[in-house]
Design a protein around this ligand. Sequence first.
Ligand code: NAD
Length: 299
Amino acid sequence: MKNTHIAFFGLGHMGAPMALNLQSAGYTVRSFDLSVEACQIAREKGLTVSASAQEAVAGAHMVFSMLPASRHVEALYLGNQGILEQLPQGSLVVDCSTIAPMSAQKVAQAAQLRGMHMIDAPVSGGTAGASAGTLTFMVGGTPEALELVQPALHAMGRYIFHIGASGAGQVAKLCNNMALAVIMGVTAEAISLGVAHGLDPKVLSEMMAVSTGRSWATEVCNPWPGVLDNAPASRGYTGGFGNDLMLKDLGLAAEAAISVGATIPLGELARNLYALNKNVGRGGLDFSSVIMLLGQDAC
Ligand code: NAD
């Protein structure tokens, strides 16, 4: 499969390093992005960037996409101008974007009607995981389709979970991110409370990291500036997982909850917190900047 020609769409924060890892693993990758700037940056990193979506897909039997949201994914694949019209029967389509489960199912059904396989394979691990090739993939689709794309997924990730049928990967991703959003919010509250009582945020975080309050939010993406040198909080909340992306995921989680009558009171609370953080101008910052809503002087 290594001489497989892969078309890769979406060369943003996540897509560019993922496409590079596929290329490094020996795949022939033809990539494309609607943004001229993203294409230029990708070329400088060594990717072969096509002049159009049609050019990228010509001769491809496998397609990956890493796009912002449902509407971008549907625009890429569906309709008269969609690339499903161009792909040969038996092609494999892998969408790694975080989108609505129903949108993933819609594209998968259209692919199936044309004799193709489509899986949803959203990821966890952030830009660091995308660069290091250590992402976690959450896959929705048939076991047969997953088996065919597994070697390519391993070029970009460490863990691959077959969650269930089409759309199930997206549901799993929304569950994970809703938990993360709530945990980040309460970690920010806990550290702020400790600091308000005169505690050292670093000592408090180190204690929590080996106690029952431990989490990724304490140990890897600590929201208090200066606690962890590599955390977004220590570089002005830049370069991590954007507040706007988290807000998008919480909106998708809310829709998913409504569609099955599930109650997500903490998820809804978190969605309002991140919406508030966006409304005060921090939508583009890392989502751990939500701690600034608590008004601590040091932040
Ligand atoms: P990004 O905005 O940096 O990149 C998306 C790229 O897609 C942009 O460059 C945009 O121009 C391009 N694009 C849009 N429509 C296109 C089309 N039809 N054809 C080609 N290119 C097109 O976003 P990102 O941070 O790379 O995130 C991508 C997806 O991954 C999102 O769904 C996000 O929720 C998810 N995700 C992001 C992270 C993260 O840490 N950034 C982590 C996990 C999952």
